[in-house]
Ligand binder design. Structure first.
Ligand SMILES: [Zn+2]
Ligand SMILES: [Zn+2]
Length: 117
């Protein structure tokens, strides 16, 4: 009966045996740690940028446009083309607009719904 030689997972003193590299659990741990670190840096820089932009453009542009009959304060900077489908436009100023929480949420729902359609 053929059996592939198993080694210990290469993380710390882990005793899980795997054909090579790290065990399933440690691979996932590493990926999660990388993802979290990455997201945190990205969020801080974005948050700073967004606050500065909101100081210059404090009013929600509306989603859909014109939904606000009275001027409404924006609370965040929204991506016109979502950062997920157009990551290359994340920092593109012409892809940014000020939005209130409700408009931002409506836009996000449309983006999710449109994804993969
Ligand atoms: Zn392991
Ligand atoms: Zn709004």
């Amino acid at each position: 009966m053929p059996s592939s030689p198993l080694k210990f997972c290469n993380v710390g003193n882990c005793t899980n045996r795997v054909p090579r590299g790290a065990c399933e659990q440690h691979r996932r741990d590493k990926e999660r740690a990388r993802g979290t670190r990455h997201q945190r840096g990205y969020t801080n820089a974005w948050h700073r940028y967004s606050q500065q932009r909101l100081a210059r453009y404090p009013l929600c542009v509306g989603y859909p446009a014109g939904i606000h009959k009275v001027p409404t304060m924006a609370t965040c900077t929204d991506h016109i083309l979502s950062a997920r489908s157009h990551p290359e436009l994340f920092w593109e100023p012409t892809n940014h607009r000020s939005a209130c929480a409700a408009c931002n949420a409506r836009h996000a729902i449309d983006d999710e719904g449109g994804f993969g359609r």
